[in-house]
Design a protein around this ligand. Sequence first.
Ligand code: DC
Length: 222
Amino acid sequence: MIVTIDGPAGSGKSTVARLLARRLGVSHLDTGAMYRAVTVAGMERGVDLADEAALEWLAGEIKIEMRERAGKLQVLVDGKDVTAAIRENQVSCEAYHAASNAGVRAHLVAVQREIGRQWGSLVTEGRDQGSVVFSKAELKIYLDASEEVRAERRRKELAERGQEAALGQVREEIRHRDASDRGRAVGPLRVPEGAVVVDTSEMTVEEVVEKLAGLAAERMKN
Ligand code: DC
């Protein structure tokens, strides 16, 4: 069974996808981590991220590995652990270059479909998982939340990692990422056809996971 979870930054996708996958006993694929990995590789190698051809070439050159270790996702680029580096705020702000690059997307979409074939059952999260990559998934979810709630979640997440930021600044960054995610020509963020939309603004993580697990159980019966 394939479950896709798409939605904007701060909608709770990563936490929910990880817990739902554990609950269903399947693997979790965080596709945002792959766009982040390309970004980190570009920054480390001094590639101009705005140079579309150079970044596309790089995405084809590097080997991105996604592993689960003790229930945690580990991301490797050419064998080097970049799990912490991909979560830096600078990477969040610069990842739009990779995300809006058609060549990079084509490459990562192919890798994601191959992972889907190999893993068989998975909960996959991103911006285009239900609309493009796994458009025939058994269950498609679109998670949303108000901009205010998403900014506060993101601020808290950064603070927990020792990166203090003012709420207003985080809100601006979220706004910028939303505009970029929704406005790009390839793989834009949108509600996939047939997706169940869940607004998580007033819900706890446990409530969201419970709801999605119920939907998954229903789909499995049919
Ligand atoms: O979900 P995230 O913040 O880790 O995503 C990082 C970046 O990658 C963000 O700019 C959105 C983009 N992304 C995408 O374009 N398509 C996906 N399937 C996943 C993420």
